[in-house]
Structure formats: structure tokens, C-alpha cells
Design a protein around this ligand. Structure first.
Ligand code: FMN
Length: 402
């Protein structure tokens, strides 16, 4: 697609560029758009990023600091980290959870503090790690923690099949019907909690080799029942989860899906997940009312060969967008303002998500707005920071002092 996406007219028009930097034409990146029913001020999304900083899955002071600083960045949407829908669904013992009232209250305290100073919409990624659960946190090596002795904090991971993620690792336990029902209900209950917390969007994590991706990919799914084998069977559980979550929250809350568009295993002879299957899955999601696609890739196997480079996943997003017509978020090594602008201006994706670049520079959208001659929201406490020549980067910001 080469035409720029049409901004949603139900949202106030963009301020029309920043005279201070004399933009040739208004930035598309900084124009408003809608993620399904949710209006966003611009097309910059803060990608979900695990913080591994919880005890027993409870959000705490780190989250207030981390979410707080990124919520001042002026991005259109912040998506909270992969949040486990059951205790065994955490990647690590430090991962965030939302499976009880205590978890809901802890996250509620963080959101209350952040919302005092930021009106940025905050969404959440709901997740189950499947066979990649019970891992050590990355800065302690990330390896599988065995279930015993208990003081190590590990547990037996649950997965579609008893196939370990890496050779030599202990096998996870295959989910039976009761286990599948428990996980499905976990997603539904967590989605209801998210809605009660006023979270603006729900993203289901079906990427990066975690549980829902494990069902989709024949690499991890060796089941012989109605959840394994043919593509329609491998899609069944992720689609059941999507349908159940979609039905559990009102239409005003967009429910999207993060996908791994390919396993990057075409070079192996073994069956794997690829873009063609992913398009079929995305079309099935569209039929069920998915609000957006967030297109990532990989994560199911160490044998993957990823052609890493700037914007390397954008062609996958572009293809899924053109095949489904769904609002699409592109992510992965998008680091430069002009690069992000081109992706949305050329209609390759509707939104761009950034992860590492946002951690490195939590004011990335400010710098991007200054560079692209656009305007961005910033708290008044920081208005005096606008660099010389950045003109109206913070819009009508007026500073007076005697
Ligand atoms: C610290 C960190 C934590 C991450 N946690 C998650 C996560 O919770 N869920 C997820 O889907 N991806 C996660 N990712 C992947 C990012 O969302 C993103 O897809 C990836 O980093 C590529 O984007 P980037 O090049 O802008 O960093 C994480 C990445 C980083 C760096």
C-alpha cells in the first residue's frame, strides 16, 4: 500500500506542524488515529516490556517509576508489559501478574499515581509463558529454574505438548482439557480486571514463543487432539481465548493480538509457523472482531535465523495489514524519527511501536516531534526544556516568571 492512512476525523485535527522547524508538510506520525474504538493522539506506541521487578506478581514502586516516566513521553499509547493471567503463566518469578484481587489492587495503585500527571492511554498485554515459564530473570542468565528445591522459586511449566523449549531442558507438562479451561478462564478474568482498572486496550500475547504462539506453531504443538495437527486445529485454542476475552469486555475496549508472523525456521526441513499461516490466523481474528494486530516475529526456537536490520519486521506488518485491512502496529528496530514517519506516511503500518529506544531515551517522542516539526504533549513542569529552534514542540506552552 502506498497511500498514507487517513486520520480518523472523529478526533481533533493535528495542530498542523511546528512553525519553529518549518516542516514541509504535517507529520503523519504525529497525526491522530484510532486503534479500533480508542482515539490516540499520535501513532507512537510504547511496546510492552517485561520488567521482572515483582514479588509474587505484584506491581510495586518500580512500576510507578517506570510507567510514570514513560507516561510523560507524549506517545499515543503505552502497553504494559506481558502480564501473566495465572501464576504458572509467568515467564520468571519476577513477572507481573493479574490473577487475583491483590494483583488488581497493586496495579491500581500504580495507575492512580501515574494518572495524576499523565492522560496517556495505558493498555496491557495479557500473557501466558507456556513452556518458557519458570525462567530466571535475564540479568541472572534467563535459564530454566527447576521446580525443586522450592527455594529456587521454579515450577513445572505448562505447554501444548511435553516438548522442551531447548534441547536438554526438562519437558513441560502438556495441558489437558481442565488445564486449557483454567488458562482460558485466566485470560477472561484478567481481561475483566484490566477493564475495571480502566486500562484502555488489551493485547493478547501470541508471539515470541509463549503459550498462544506455542499452540500455533508445529514446533511446539505436537498434539493429536482437536488442538493439534492441521492449521485449523492449531489456531483453535488461541481463537477460543480471543473470543472469550472479546466477549468478556465491552466493545469500547479494543482487544488486539501480538503475533509472531514467522518462526524464521524456513531453512530447516521441519514444519514451522510462517507468514502464510499467520495471514490465515489474522483473517480468523478479523472475523471475530480483533481491533488491531501488533506484528513481531520469532521466539519459538533457538534455531531461528532472523534477518536483523532497521525495521526488519515492517514488511511482515505491511503484508498482514494489506491482507486483512486491520489497524496494524509495526515494531522492531524502529529507532529514528524519519524512519518512523516514513513507515506510517507510506501506509506500511498505522502505528509504530518502540521498545529499547524508549528505554534509552524516555523522551524519544519529544525529540522526534522537534525533528519532524510536530507538536507533542509534555507536562508543564518540563516545558522550559524545549531546545532553541524547536519552536512550538509543546504546542501552546506558555511560561511566565517574574
Ligand atoms: C526489556 C524488554 C522487555 C520486553 N518485554 C516484552 C514483553 O513483555 N512482551 C512482548 O511482547 N515483547 C517484549 N519485548 C520485545 C519488545 O516489545 C519489542 O518487540 C522488541 O524489543 C523489538 O523492538 P525494539 O527494536 O524497538 O526494541 C521486550 C523487549 C525488551 C527490550
Amino acid at each position: 500500500m502506498s497511500t498514507p492512512p487517513t486520520p480518523d476525523r472523529s478526533v481533533a485535527a493535528p495542530p498542523g506542524g511546528n512553525p519553529g522547524t518549518r516542516a514541509a508538510r504535517p507529520s503523519v506520525l504525529f497525526s491522530p488515529a484510532a486503534l479500533g474504538p480508542l482515539p490516540l493522539a499520535n501513532r507512537i506506541v510504547i511496546a510492552p516490556m517485561c520488567q521482572y521487578s515483582c514479588e509474587h506478581g505484584l506491581a510495586g514502586d518500580w512500576h510507578t517509576i517506570h510507567v510514570g516516566q514513560l507516561a510523560l513521553s507524549g506517545a499515543g499509547l503505552f502497553i504494559l508489559e506481558a502480564t501473566a493471567v495465572t501464576r504458572e503463566g509467568r515467564i520468571t518469578p519476577g513477572c507481573l501478574g493479574l490473577w487475583s484481587d491483590a494483583h488488581e489492587q497493586a496495579l491500581g495503585r500504580v495507575l492512580t499515581a501515574v494518572r495524576k500527571y499523565s492522560s496517556m492511554p495505558i493498555g496491557i498485554q495479557l500473557a501466558h509463558a507456556g513452556r518458557k515459564a519458570s525462567s530466571e530473570v535475564p540479568w541472572r542468565g534467563g535459564m530454566l529454574i527447576p521446580p525443586a528445591p522450592p527455594e529456587l522459586g521454579g515450577w513445572v511449566p505448562l505447554a501444548p505438548s511435553a516438548v522442551p523449549h531447548a534441547e536438554g531442558e526438562a519437558a513441560p507438562a502438556a495441558l489437558d482439557d481442565a488445564g486449557l479451561a483454567h488458562v482460558r478462564q485466566g485470560f477472561v478474568d484478567a481481561a475483566r480486571r484490566a477493564q475495571r482498572l480502566g486500562l484502555a486496550a488489551i493485547e493478547l500475547h501470541a508471539a515470541h514463543g509463549y503459550l498462544l504462539h506455542q499452540f500455533l506453531s508445529p514446533v511446539a504443538n505436537r498434539r493429536t487432539d482437536r488442538y493439534g495437527g492441521a492449521l485449523a486445529n492449531r489456531m483453535r485454542f488461541p481463537l477460543e481465548v480471543f473470543e472469550a476475552v472479546r466477549a468478556a469486555v465491552p466493545a469500547s475496549v479494543p482487544v488486539g493480538v501480538r503475533l509472531s508472523a514467522t518462526d524464521w525456521l524456513e531453512h530447516t526441513a521441519a514444519p514451522s509457523w510462517d507468514l502464510a499461516q499467520c495471514i490465515t490466523f489474522a483473517q480468523a481474528l478479523r472475523e471475530r472482531g480483533v481491533s488491531f494486530l501488533h506484528v513481531s516475529s520469532g521466539g519459538i526456537s533457538a534455531a531461528q535465523k532472523i534477518p536483523l536490520g532497521p525495521g526488519y519486521q515492517v514488511p511482515l506488518a505491511e503484508r498482514l495489514r494489506s491482507e486483512t485491512g486491520l489497524p496494524t502496529i509495526a515494531v522492531g528496530l524502529v529507532t529514528e524519527p524519519e524512519q518512523a514517519e516514513a513507515i506510517v506516511a507510506e501506509g506500511r503500518a498505522d502505528f509504530v511501536a518502540l521498545a529499547r529506544a524508549m528505554l534509552f531515551n524516555p523522551h524519544w517522542p519529544w525529540a522526534a516531534a522537534a525533528k519532524l516539526g510536530a507538536e507533542v504533549a509534555a507536562p508543564p513542569q518540563y516545558w522550559r526544556s524545549a531546545p532553541r529552534g524547536a519552536g512550538r514542540v509543546f504546542g501552546e506552552a506558555k511560561i511566565g516568571m517574574r
